[in-house]
Design a protein around this ligand. Structure first.
Ligand code: 3PG
Length: 403
């Protein structure tokens, strides 16, 4: 792909699509919305600093949340501007719109090295509809388009795809480049053994990724509730665990494919189980460990057990490439996070492997255990990362020309 290094940027008006879809919470003391995780902002700094150094005139666009074409203060990007100003050490101006005469005037007035942040593109229905008129308005007064929003690259929206039809010079930014290096190049021909740890609630969410990775990996270690559907398929007792009974056929096919491809397909051999679970109050009751693979009739699985943690740790220790996505249990409920933390720990204990972590809960576990520095790469994508791993063409990447 053409990268921002390949294009002369001095004095050019550069539209940068970033993914500032960051979590926000209402601070009741000030009655304003505050950002609770800055990762996605931090990850764009390399690109922005480079553009400032190159004396480009920088215009930033992003979506935030799913406002469905309507303006609302909860999903405004206004609170990103002061954070960016602080991080970049230069004032970032914010305009409360992303198209129109006021925005065009601000674009025209931009000086070299200045940064302008525009309002949420999803405040207009044209964004998600990929309306050419809206895309054209985003592109007005712009010389160069840079897509650094890997997290949004699976969306064919006006700001990720449509806009490319109205701007001649296009490139990817440094974050996009890094994502493609790790998720693309490193996993294309991975150093072996290549061990994949996959968790999460549903087989249906991950089956395409599983099938794709079965063609590449040496071992797949499964956790989270989807493990119970696989165990059920194999004839194990799963008690009241969360399962997808209609997915046992696809689970069976994946198990057969693993055999054909000679991939180790590991499922939990013991569990942490509970009598009941209250997601709202975030509590589990009647928690105990099972001695083996079967779950008692009146119980449900909430995490992997200690034997499974040890088994998975052995595989991770021997790996030279590691990919981890998804929690091993009901990670958000206190008492059920041990299995997920143990994966983070095992990965951190193998610093010579190339390790890639993706997905909200896995990343949270890494940060909470202070181990984020120990992995090679943390992907900023959610759905985009999964689609990429499935082998899908991502419109936000596809619309940037190759070198
Ligand atoms: C994400 O958080 O995965 C991206 O920002 C995309 O958001 P979306 O799923 O609302 O399109």
């Amino acid at each position: 792909k053409i990268t921002l290094r390949d294009i002369p940027l001095k004095g050019k008006r550069v539209l940068v699509r970033v993914d500032y879809n960051v979590p926000m919470e209402l601070d009741t003391s000030t009655n304003s919305y505050v950002i609770t995780d800055r990762t996605r902002i931090l990850e764009t700094l390399d690109t922005l600093k480079y553009l400032i150094d190159q004396k480009a005139k920088i215009v930033l666009i992003s979506h935030l949340g799913r406002p469905k074409g309507k303006r609302n203060p909860k999903e405004s990007l206004a609170s990103v501007a002061p954070i960016l100003s602080e991080l970049l050490g230069t004032k970032v101006k914010f305009v409360g719109d992303c198209i129109g005469p006021e925005v065009d005037k601000e674009k025209e007035n931009l000086q070299e090295g200045e940064v302008l942040l525009l309002e949420n593109t999803r405040f207009y229905p044209g964004e998600e509809k990929n309306d050419p008129e809206f895309a054209k308005a985003l592109a007005s007064h712009i010389d160069v388009y840079i897509n650094d929003a890997f997290g949004s690259a699976h969306r064919a929206h006006a700001s990720t795809e449509g806009v490319c039809h109205f701007i001649q010079q296009k490139a990817i930014g440094f974050l996009m480049e890094k994502e493609l290096k790790y998720l693309g190049e490193e996993l294309k021909d991975p150093k072996r053994p290549f061990v994949v740890i996959l968790g999460g609630a549903k087989v249906s969410d991950k089956i395409e990724v599983i099938n794709r990775l079965l063609e590449k990996a040496d071992a797949l270690l499964i956790g989270g509730a989807m493990a119970y559907t696989f165990l059920l398929t194999k004839g194990c007792k799963v008690g009241k665990s969360l399962i997808e009974p209609d997915k046992t056929d696809v689970a069976q096919k994946a198990l057969e494919k693993a055999k054909e491809e000679k991939v180790k397909f590991l499922l939990p051999v013991d569990h942490l189980v509970a009598q009941s679970i209250d997601f709202e109050k975030r509590i589990v009751q009647g928690v105990e460990q099972t001695p083996g693979i079967d779950i008692p009739e009146e119980k449900l699985g909430v995490d992997i057990g200690p034997k499974t943690m040890a088994l998975y740790a052995e595989e991770i220790k021997a790996a030279r490439t590691i990919l981890w996505n998804g929690p091993m249990g009901v990670f958000e409920i206190p008492g059920c996070e041990k299995g997920t933390f143990s994966i983070a720990q095992s990965i951190a204990e193998n610093p010579s492997a190339v390790s890639i972590v993706a997905g909200g809960d896995s990343i949270k576990a890494l940060h909470r255990s202070g181990l984020a520095e120990k992995v090679s790469f943390i992907s900023t994508g959610g759905g985009a990362t999964l689609d990429f791993l499935k082998g899908k063409v991502l419109p936000g990447i596809d619309s940037i020309p190759d070198k």
